[in-house]
Design a binder for this molecule. Structure first.
Ligand SMILES: [Zn+2]
Ligand SMILES: [Zn+2]
Length: 99
């Protein structure tokens, strides 16, 4: 029986990831971790090389919404609204943020 290189638990062949050799729970934990990191990267807004933080509560996670002039029914360039995940304060950028 092989041992999982991450947690050191003996892992039967049928519950082992063939590529990494990790046991099932470690594979799932790794995927969840990656997902969390990807989500955090998406929710962090970088402006002029600095991570944006909320002027109200200082939180650094936002949800982004692209708003086109069509949505607003006015003649504006497309905007990006970043809404603070903690206090819901909304900041506007008069351009399309990537991502
Ligand atoms: Zn493991
Ligand atoms: Zn806030």
């Amino acid at each position: 029986m092989k041992v999982c290189p991450k947690c050191g638990q003996a892992t039967p062949l049928w519950s082992r990831d063939l590529r990494s050799g990790l046991c099932g729970p470690c594979v799932r934990a790794g995927a969840a971790q990656r997902e969390r990191e990807e989500r955090e990267a998406r929710e962090t807004i970088v402006v002029e090389g600095k991570p944006l933080s909320c002027p109200i509560c200082g939180h650094e996670r936002f949800s982004k919404m692209r708003v086109s002039s069509w949505d607003l029914a006015v003649r504006l360039p497309s905007m990006t609204a970043c809404s603070c995940k903690r206090c819901r304060y909304v900041m506007w950028f008069q351009r399309d943020e990537e991502g």
